[in-house]
Ligand binder design. Sequence first.
Ligand SMILES: Cc1cc2nc3c(=O)[nH]c(=O)nc-3n(C[C@H](O)[C@H](O)[C@H](O)COP(=O)(O)O)c2cc1C
Length: 200
Amino acid sequence: MKILQVNSAARTTGANSTLIANQVTAALVAKHPGARVEVLDLAANPHPALDQDGLGALFTPAEQRTAEQRERIELDNALIAQVQSADVLVLGVPMYNFAISSQLKNWIDAIAKAGVTFRYTENGPEGLIKGKKVYVALARGGIYRDTPNDTQVPYLKMILGFLGMTDVEFIYAEGFAMGEEHVKQALAFAETQILQLFGE
Ligand SMILES: Cc1cc2nc3c(=O)[nH]c(=O)nc-3n(C[C@H](O)[C@H](O)[C@H](O)COP(=O)(O)O)c2cc1C
């Protein structure tokens, strides 16, 4: 079994989302001792934004691409191959300005590729990244679970599902900006959710 942990905080150290994602991965490994773990830290290894050059590369037929355009496409392809080769994904997801981080959006923009990870049929869209289990470790300064201000969970459910990843569990750690007591509660609640998911 291969576990891919994607850390999408803007910082490489001290990120609460990474802390919770690490705990989820540790619980998975405890349950599946032979599991291989690969970690993609998007702060340490930022993926380029989908900008003019990125779109240009995408829309240029493969045989006409410049060396730079080929390199740009290869960066996306490497992330796609990494996801495809994993059985389980653990995403560390901070809330920044009520949204996912730009690091995570760049990763999603890289792996969402028509004809490769999704396609349209006469019945509508079909996600092609199938058979994965996804755990999303959410870290927030405030408490927004199940409120209209939580745009992250509906968006992630939708886009992961669109790509074929429909088996998604969310682990909430909220209130990191609300004082020590809330931080303690957030960490304890995350632990409880992980225990519920994976047992002792
Ligand atoms: C630039 C920035 C924007 C933030 N925006 C929000 C927000 O909109 N809502 C919220 O609940 N917390 C917000 N926070 C608090 C973070 O969600 C909190 O610090 C969480 O731990 C971030 O995850 P990280 O530690 O993995 O970076 C923000 C933090 C930063 C640094």
